[in-house]
Design a protein around this ligand. Structure first.
Ligand SMILES: Nc1nc2c(ncn2[C@@H]2O[C@H](COP(=O)(O)OP(=O)(O)OP(=O)(O)O)[C@@H](O)[C@H]2O)c(=O)[nH]1
Ligand SMILES: [Mg+2]
Length: 222
């Protein structure tokens, strides 16, 4: 009995979240803004990847960021240094962003002045999975330092992703991990998803992520 009621509450919560997410997406669509939800493990390189993407794309597109953090504004400050519009979002004890929080952040952005919105979710591979934020594309960032088994141990987050980035390949050998094994695991969990190996120290693979963002944006326009 107790188990059933917990399940029902969770179902209601996710349905309510889904409705707000659809509203967020409709609002972004009205302004022709394409939004990307960057999820992934703590410290896997989400902020650095978004920074690199801003550097590569800011001449071509007007970019905004929402920086989700449990506390403080460290990541928001990193984005702000690149001269883009940033809204910091603190979740307190929550381990993920949700559509309601995003709806408020969207009120604080000048959507008519944006082409692309990057959302950095709270770092972990579990909680963000079920919470659609209203973004158009979902990106998962993991790195070799989480271990070779990390993808197959957390399959759910990859099932709804459009792109997985396997980062820090510059130190793969040092930590004894084969990034191609992680890539194969990701592809077998979700064959429709694109998988890219990157190093944000050498920028290897970054072109492919840039290309994914551009294709997503241009496909949306078309
Ligand atoms: N060697 C190496 N270090 C990297 C790479 N990418 C990121 N880092 C380092 O990893 C650390 C974490 O990077 P962040 O971009 O802050 O990671 P994050 O996923 O945003 O972290 P949280 O927001 O705390 O979850 C930093 O010290 C980065 O410089 C990479 O490709 N290679
Ligand atoms: Mg970060």
């Amino acid at each position: 009995m107790h188990f059933v009621s917990v399940v029902d509450v969770e179902k209601d919560l996710l349905e309510a979240n889904k409705k707000i997410a659809e509203k967020n997406r409709a609002l972004l669509d009205r302004y022709n803004v394409v939004a990307f939800d960057f999820m992934g493990a703590i410290g896997s390189g989400k902020t650095l990847l978004i920074e690199r993407l801003i550097e590569r794309l800011k001449e071509r597109y007007r970019i905004g960021c929402i920086a989700g953090d449990v506390i403080a504004k460290y990541d928001a400050e990193r984005f702000r240094r690149h001269g883009v519009e940033v809204v910091p979002l603190n979740t307190g004890k929550e381990c993920h962003l949700d559509a309601h929080l995003i709806s408020h952040a969207l009120e604080d952005l000048n959507l008519e002045d944006l082409d692309i919105l990057f959302i950095e979710n709270v770092g972990n591979l579990i909680c963000p999975t079920d919470f659609d934020l209203g973004a158009h594309k979902r990106v998962v960032v993991v790195s070799v330092t989480e271990g070779e088994d990390t993808v197959r141990k957390h399959p759910m987050i990859f099932k709804t992703a459009d792109l997985t980035v396997i980062n820090k390949i510059d130190i793969a050998e040092a930590v004894g991990v084969d990034p191609l094994k992680m890539k194969r695991d990701a592809e077998s969990i979700n064959p429709k998803m694109e998988v890219v190996l990157t190093s944000l120290k050498t920028n290897e693979g970054l072109d492919k992520v840039v290309d994914f963002i551009v294709r997503s944006k241009e496909g949306f326009k078309g």
